[in-house]
Design a protein around this ligand. Structure first.
Ligand code: GTP
Length: 235
């Protein structure tokens, strides 16, 4: 295998599947099985999942709600997704631990970096919920931060598209896909990989990012084995 420890970032929207809201159980189980094959191959996996299928803080603030309030509600939404994913992973026999950036002891361990690393070393899948615990940060930022903290080899950003394109492939038929691109090229071309806070954190800490299509079965496994899947962003 190419990577020893990875941080997988999943979007909350992806969990909706074809539903308009909430969690689609088939999609959830599909993801759990993809994660299982990777975990069983010996790769240590940490996961951060968004909450946009349940609540989006930014949209709420556009509707007049204070931004901080909306962001905290979004963090709680990520906890709901994290708990659903934890249950799905455990239902197929995987060991997991859920750590929350906002203390809620009755349902999750608090985020303790050294404990998270120990869980990973023991083969447990660690899910980090509640974002960074701070408003004004996205779950992409939480993913970058946690990946750096646990010294992951790479951050795997699962999306609906199969990589980074020169333009939005859903709008521009001329768009071409990059197999590999540097951090500086992403800035220069103004490409939208992650929000800039999250992206800069990766660049400054030399953490490679792979953007890939999480909905294609086998992709996750193939890429941790070193196959060229999606787009690799590195120095
Ligand atoms: P080791 O230290 O490697 O043995 O890890 P462990 O997670 O098995 O040990 P621990 O005794 O800390 O945890 C046992 C169980 O309790 C695990 O399922 C943890 O996720 C859970 N747990 C630990 N701390 C907390 C907490 O603060 N809140 C909640 N809700 N669960 C916790």
């Amino acid at each position: 295998m190419k990577y020893k420890r990875v941080l997988l970032k999943l979007s909350g929207e992806a969990l909706m599947g074809n539903k308009g809201f909430g969690i689609d159980n088939d999609r959830l189980m599909q993801y759990a099985k993809e994660i299982k094959t990777v975990s069983e191959s010996g790769v240590e996996i940490a996961i951060v999942i968004g909450g946009g299928n349940i609540f989006r803080g930014v949209q709420a603030s556009e509707g007049g709600m204070e931004r901080t309030q909306g962001d905290y509600m979004g963090m709680l939404a990520t906890m709901i997704n994290s708990m659903a994913l934890q249950a799905a992973l455990e239902s197929i026999g995987l060991q997991t631990r859920l750590q929350s950036a906002i203390e809620m002891k009755e349902i999750a361990e608090p985020f303790i970096r050294r404990k998270a690393v120990r869980h990973l070393e023991r083969g447990r899948i660690v899910i980090f919920g509640a974002g960074t615990g701070n408003p004004f940060f996205t779950t992409d930022s939480a993913a970058s931060l946690r990946a750096i903290e646990i010294e992951a080899n790479v951050i795997l950003k699962g999306t609906r598209v199969d990589g980074i394109y020169s333009a939005d492939p859903e709008k521009d038929p001329e768009a071409t896909k990059f197999n590999q691109i540097s951090f500086d090229e992403v800035y220069d071309m103004g490409l939208n990989v992650m929000d800039l806070t999250a992206f800069t954190l990766c660049k400054e800490n030399n953490l490679p990012i792979i953007v890939f299509d999480m909905n294609t079965p086998g992709n996750l496994y193939n890429l941790v084995q070193g196959e060229e899947v999606g787009t690799l962003v590195d120095a």
